[in-house]
Design a binder for this molecule. Structure first.
Ligand SMILES: C[S@@+](CC[C@H](N)C(=O)[O-])C[C@H]1O[C@@H](n2cnc3c(N)ncnc32)[C@H](O)[C@@H]1O
Length: 257
């Protein structure tokens, strides 16, 4: 089915209107993460994907409806992807219990009113709600933030902890989602063991926390990273990471039943 729109762009759209183009080239599903997310959906067959973006991790073996505010993101959905409604989490245009499962993947930190969005998700979903989110303190302790882009730590200051998201959804479990060293999905800390990747503007364009920063600040940080990689300073500071297969970079899966 071809994506369609049913509303004008909502308040969550402008950021992704600006940074979204080319997003689908770096934000590709990693099969290990995909398995975890799909298992968390259990037996749900009618699934809402809120903040669906270009459609990463959307199941193809269940009936899925995608909801997305940004036209730029909607245009990047594959032909044949799930039907898409244009709208925001805070006002879901669906009746109570319309779905028996829901996904909200790396999107909650972009919502203007998280409490309202989570309330809406619970209202329209009778079964498991799966939220892919992050623990901000662990996230901000990663080398990219501490050594090069500390301004990221000042963003999303009120981003709720995973346990708070679970509670707002009526209770649930929180699981750690480690990031493999060869993660295929190019989100923020995916490149923790491949530091040279951050020097590539295409990679950075798929990372909203970097794309939101002033370009001069990013250019300066990337020049320092390039210098540190060629001088060996990065390896002296973080070389032990090269021996690790995965790390906890703060990513969490909330599963609210
Ligand atoms: C980092 S992207 C994640 C996209 C997709 N879920 C994925 O994992 O690839 C965040 C998405 O949330 C959307 N978004 C922003 N504000 C929103 C809101 N209030 N309600 C729903 N989605 C929103 C953005 O337009 C963007 O597509």
């Amino acid at each position: 089915m071809r994506p369609s729109s049913s509303a004008t762009d909502g308040p969550g759209a402008p950021l992704y209107e600006a940074i979204g183009s080319g997003y689908h080239r770096v934000r590709r599903a990693d099969p290990r993460i995909e398995r975890r997310l799909h298992a968390a959906l259990g037996a749900a067959v009618r699934v809402l994907n809120v903040g669906a973006g270009a459609g990463s991790y959307e199941p193809t073996d269940r009936f899925v409806v995608a909801l997305e505010p940004s036209s730029t993101m909607m245009r990047q959905r594959a032909s044949g992807a799930a039907p898409t409604v244009q709208g925001v989490a805070e006002r879901l245009p669906f009746p109570a219990g319309a779905f028996d499962g829901a996904l909200a993947l790396l999107t909650v930190h972009h919502w203007h009113d998280v409490a309202a969005g989570l309330r809406e998700l619970r209202r329209v979903t009778s079964g498991p709600i799966v939220v892919f989110t992050f623990d901000k303190a662990v996230h901000d302790a990663q080398w990219l933030v501490t050594d090069y882009l500390p301004a990221i730590a000042a963003m999303d200051a009120d981003h709720p902890a995973a346990a708070v998201i679970a509670e707002a959804l009526g209770g649930g479990t929180v699981e750690v989602l480690p990031v493999p060293h060869d993660c295929m999905d190019g989100f923020g800390h995916a490149w923790w063991r491949r530091p040279e990747a951050y020097l590539d503007p295409t990679v950075r364009a798929g990372i909203s926390s970097i794309a939101r920063l002033p370009s001069a600040m990013v250019a300066d940080a990337m020049a320092r990273l390039a210098d540190d990689l060629s001088s060996g300073a990065w390896h002296r500071a973080h070389g032990e990471l090269l021996a690790r297969d995965e790390i906890d970079a703060g990513f969490r899966i909330v599963i609210a039943g």
